[in-house]
Write a protein that binds this ligand. Sequence first.
Ligand code: NAP
Ligand code: MG
Length: 397
Amino acid sequence: MTTPLVEMDGDEMTRILWKMIKEELLEPYIDLQTEYYDLGLEHRNETDDQVTLDSAEATKKYGVAVKCATITPNAARMTEYNLKEMWKSPNGTIRAALDGTVFRAPIVVKGIEPCVRNWEKPITLARHAYGDVYKNAEIKVPGAGKAELVFTAQDGTQIRETIHEFTGAGILQGIHNTDESISSFARACFNFALDTKQDLWFATKDTISKKYDHNFKDIFQEIYDTEYKDRFEAAGIEYFYTLIDDAVARVMKAKGGFIWACKNYDGDVMSDMVSSAFGSLAMMTSVLVSPSGVYEYEAAHGTVQRHYYKHLKGEETSTNSVATIFAWTGALRKRGELDQNQELMAFADRLERATTQTIEAGKMTKDLALITSLKDVTVLNSADFIKAVRATFEEIS
Ligand code: NAP
Ligand code: MG
């Protein structure tokens, strides 16, 4: 490796897996170079969360990070870890610093079939992570009256629109988005499509929302036409816009192998549908891509707290490390790509193959054993699964 990865360590069971993955699957085979940031809750608390900000800055500097799952503190964690403050979600802090879009894709293996029979390839979901109903203003209307939408410009001029003349009680909601955020979202999606050579689908409800949703459609189309059309054509991929209800119907009939870009709310709802239909949260990769071309790889699941408490009591755990292994391979492959390091890219590919082949040979953790269509599976504990991946890796080397 010629450039280090930004390594963000985390909490609980995933922190245990993190160490095992490094010791068993990475350090024996590559000259692993990382700049290490300990985002474990104790260290975040000691540094007043400065370590999270520092790790985000380092990601901007180096371009590629790999992150372990971390605890987002709540009231119970305040006492458990004796925290000075209820620190914010590290993912939220990093997302805000990098201004990114989150892409989530299932890891597809034979034996873990999606509920939707015709999904042959993964569907990647790209969620816009700013605005709309997540940054709204709401009023519970007490009784009859007139509701208006008013915009006051800096020079005092106003734009005014009647929302509704209420004759009785009701409800009101004001939402917004910005052209800047929508443009960043669009570019992140177009770049990711080019990067992964997949078609990009985008959908809104522009027939009903003729200004709000239409603005999303127009910004995507303009950026596509002026900045991406030629490159898409050269790569043999397509940008496809349709209505959200049509998109949902088509997704269910599709074979997969494309990126589905969703507005914030659609992405929230549809990513849970797509991930559970593909089988398991522990088989889902997640990467944050910033418009400036910075990447942060992680697993889509949390710190698997319940398993960690069993581990602390000395009981055996069978925690699935696949998404965490793929966070590492994703980051290493991207580092290899940026540094034109073919060997590193080949290593990442081979480790991924070793991981999926181990499962396909019937060796897996308990969560997958419960849903697999394979017969005669061997259920392995957390450590033995990683060792089994290592054995497969040695075999295919
Ligand atoms: P979670 O860690 O994703 O686990 C929820 C349940 O899903 C587990 O109890 C387990 O079910 C199953 N599961 C998830 N990942 C698994 C894996 N790799 N292998 C096997 N089973 C797996 O979510 P949570 O328990 O709600 O959250 C725990 C902590 O994680 C919280 O403090 C939260 O703040 C944090 N979190 C962090 C991130 C992140 O950093 N990206 C994301 C989400 C949550 P069974 O117990 O039935 O086996
Ligand atoms: Mg959700």
